[in-house]
Design a protein. Structure first.
Length: 430
């Protein structure tokens, strides 16, 4: 726990008494009580600011961690998309090679078609010549030759046979040329079909390769855009986190300075209280007053809220569970369930019953001077008040426990102030 503004009121009675007496003390241009009250108010504000900064810093770090994880995922996506693009580009290169080969085949097929066409033209000319000669000769099977063959008595058989052989030779030549022409036409048709098929296959492969490259490029660019956006967000969140960390460092330094000043002023007030205790007797109606002595403390003045063995967090330095920094835990925590009755640890006067962001609902009781020390007890994180002012007796019900303020669960934070400074409660409990 840190020193809140409320402890100033613990010394209110002593300060009033000082102003009414002729104690010889040093005069101050700025009254230490007023100065301490202002300092403690600044401490309270700084601690509240630190609470807000701590919450904001935790949230900022969580967002940054999430974005950092997303950036790593985006980078993996970019790598995967780049690999896919490289694969598509490699495939496109392979298709380009196939395209070159197909174009070469196309060239060969075109040349072959030209050769076939030329041969077909030549054959057509031959067929035309044979047909013309046959026509001019009256046809291979003319009537005169037929009559000659049928009416021959053998004397002219040789001549007829020669003419028949010539006719047969011409007929065979004509048939061969016609067969060749038919074959050339079939070859030309097949070559044309092959060329068309080659063109279609290469065109399809080219379209597929181009589409694959376009798709892979688009995916890679989208992944890069997402990564760029996340990296920019990461940079912004890092700056925000760092700004909060710097602000936290500044506020912690301010808090340290403010606490040092509060302790200095508390020392001045303590000296005044000791001087007052030596020079006058306090009325028993104000508090349990006894002359200041040098007797050691530890007289079990306060009644423990619970058995001391049940304390779950003792007075001393610890890492604050909310701010996550090493700070003084200025009291003992008892494991009170929410709604448990809370009783005054000793007789005194309730000088404060209020609520703030640190102690939550809290009550401060001034017990007056005990063994020369101005004592007060404080009960924090209460859910409800029963007493808000006036005198109380030992064991009187003053409120109910809770988990208000800077608290991580139901409990009672019990603190002791010795001349305005938080001390280990065990000094006055044992």
């Amino acid at each position: 726990m840190s020193i809140p503004v409320r402890i100033v009121r613990v010394l209110a009675g002593a300060l009033v008494a000082i102003s009414a007496t002729t104690v010889s003390v040093r005069a101050y241009a700025d009254d230490p009580g007023t100065a301490k009250k202002k300092t403690d108010a600044r401490i309270k504000t700084t601690e509240a600011d630190l609470d807000d900064i701590g919450v904001a810093l935790v949230a900022a770090q969580a967002k940054l961690d999430s974005t950092t994880k997303a950036v790593a995922g985006a980078r993996r996506q970019v790598s995967a998309k780049q690999s896919a693009l490289t694969g598509a580009q490699n495939h496109s290169t392979i298709v380009a090679g196939e395209l070159s080969a197909a174009q070469a085949t196309e060239g060969k097929n075109t040349a072959a078609i030209k050769v076939t066409a030329a041969a077909q033209a030549h054959t057509t000319i031959l067929v035309g010549g044979i047909a013309r000669r046959s026509y001019e000769a009256g046809g291979l099977g003319n009537f005169a030759l037929t009559l000659q063959i049928l009416g021959s008595n053998g004397a002219n058989g040789s001549d007829v046979a020669d003419e028949a052989s010539i006719a047969d030779l011409l007929l065979r030549q004509q048939n061969g040329i016609l067969t060749k022409l038919s074959s050339q036409r079939a070859t030309q048709k097949a070559q044309g079909l092959t060329l068309a098929a080659t063109r279609r296959r290469v065109a399809g492969l080219k379209i597929q390769a181009d589409n694959a490259v376009i798709a892979a490029t688009t995916a890679r660019n989208e992944a890069q855009t997402a990564q760029t956006r996340l990296v920019a967000l990461q940079r912004t969140q890092t700056l925000a986190r760092n700004s909060l960390s710097k602000q936290k460092t500044v506020e912690l330094a301010n808090l340290k300075t403010q606490k040092a000043e509060s302790a200095r002023l508390g020392g001045i007030l303590r000296l005044r209280a000791i001087a007052l205790a030596k020079l006058q007797h306090r009325s028993s109606s104000t508090a349990t007053a006894r002359p200041a002595t040098s007797a050691p403390r530890g007289n079990g003045y306060f009644t423990p809220p619970m058995p001391l063995s049940s304390i779950v967090s003792v007075f001393g330095m610890r890492v604050n569970p909310v701010l996550h920094v090493l700070m003084l835990h200025a009291g003992d925590d008892f494991p009170y369930a929410c709604g448990t009755p809370v009783h005054a640890a000793a007789p005194g006067t309730v000088i404060e019953a209020a609520t703030d962001s640190i102690a939550g609902g809290h009550i401060v009781i001034d017990h007056g001077f005990v063994d020369g020390q101005n004592l007060a007890s404080e009960y924090e994180h209460l859910s409800r008040f029963v007493v808000t002012s006036g005198p109380v007796t030992r064991g009187q019900l003053i409120g109910y426990s809770g988990t208000t303020g800077r608290s991580t669960g139901c409990h009672l934070h019990f603190a002791v102030l010795d001349n305005g400074t938080y001390v280990n409660p065990m000094i006055w409990l044992q």
